[in-house]
Design a protein. Structure first.
Length: 341
């Protein structure tokens, strides 16, 4: 089966100088993929010529006359730039011309445009951003939400847990992945009211055999691999993600301080790869009626290629179909009115 991926080539801090080399490298590794490069046609074709890839049969160019800048307000991306590379790339998913879209563009704009074009799945109030982090068990820890929703109710966190469970089950082949609720302690009495009420909802699902709720987890459990999934609101998730990225770069800088530390870095090279945030680039926007993946805005070609790989895998493993089916089965019909916003 051929997987078609639409790429917003103009998004991010670097645009085509990063997205096109990443796309070409990915195609060399993955014969089952076709890419639709979306953006200013002349600019994209000029970049393709630099790489001698003008006539690649698995590449096509879709012209879009506008670009959503990284500092554009959401309303500009949504209301004024209706022919942006971001929007056109997402529309290709809606039309069925692409199985999944990848963009490094403005996160707020990408979420807003995706939600407007694709709409949310039945029963889902708010889409969430989910990505992976490394752990000591040499596997991924999936974490959500990572910034789409800074203020959440227990009902929203409950939905995130359900969506994360379905995603991990599809991507990792784990029938009932474990779910941890990020908290300031593992005891049931710890945390604010939102977290405590969320835990009550998740325990009820666990008792019914619908979800595999482990309980409360702390920040260090993310990297221990205590659970397959860690659920939190977007404020906490985004702060955690950025702190991890900063720590990773700090560790790398320490190994460059002098000759001895650089020698140590050479010896520890394979282990240090686990700390490279570029290897974990590519977050899925869960809860939409279509697959959209978000790359870091400042990603280099290596990192952006990882985002494309994750998007390809999600489409290959039928994540969207499984999400639709399982969310319909697991999502509560009507949440408590007091928990809605």
């Amino acid at each position: 089966m051929t997987i078609k991926i639409s790429i917003d080539c103009m998004g991010g801090d670097h645009g085509p100088s990063v997205t096109i080399p990443a796309a070409l490298s990915f195609l060399k590794q993955q014969p089952e993929a076709e890419l639709i490069l979306v953006g200013l046609e002349e600019t994209l074709r000029a970049e393709l010529r630099k790489h001698g890839a003008e006539s690649n049969p698995r590449l096509s160019v879709k012209h879009a006359s506008e670009v959503v800048a990284m500092d554009d307000p959401v309303e500009v991306a949504l209301r004024r730039k209706k022919d942006s590379s971001m929007r056109v790339a997402i529309e290709l998913v809606k039309e069925g011309a692409a199985n999944v879209c990848v963009s490094a563009g403005n996160t707020g704009a990408l979420m807003a445009v995706s939600r407007y074009i694709l709409k949310t799945m039945a029963g889902v109030d708010r889409p969430a951003i989910c990505s992976i982090l490394p752990n000591q068990k040499n596997g991924p820890t999936y974490m959500l939400d990572l910034g789409a929703n800074v203020d959440c109710t227990p009902h929203h966190l409950h939905q995130f847990a359900i969506m994360g469970s379905v995603l991990v089950s599809a991507m990792e082949g784990i029938k009932k992945p474990t779910i941890g609720l990020l908290n300031v302690g593992t005891e049931e009495i710890k945390g604010n009211d939102v977290v405590k009420e969320t835990a009550t909802l998740l325990r009820a699902d666990h008792e019914r055999g619908l979800l595999n709720f482990y309980g409360n987890v702390e920040g260090n459990d993310i990297f221990k691999g205590t659970t397959d999934i860690v659920v939190c609101d977007g404020f906490v998730g985004n702060v955690t993600l950025k702190a991890v990225e900063g720590l990773s770069r700090f560790v790398k800088s320490v190994f460059k301080q002098n000759v001895l530390s650089m020698m140590g870095a050479v010896l520890a090279k394979s282990s240090l790869k686990k700390l490279n945030p570029e290897r974990y680039n590519g977050a899925s926007l869960l809860g939409l009626k279509g697959l959209v993946f978000k790359s870091h805005g400042g990603a280099n070609a290596y990192a952006f290629e990882w985002a494309i790989k994750r998007a390809f895998d999600a489409a290959k493993y039928n994540v969207q179909e499984q999400l639709s089916t399982m969310i319909a089965e697991l999502m509560p019909d009507t949440p408590d009115a007091q928990r809605q916003v």
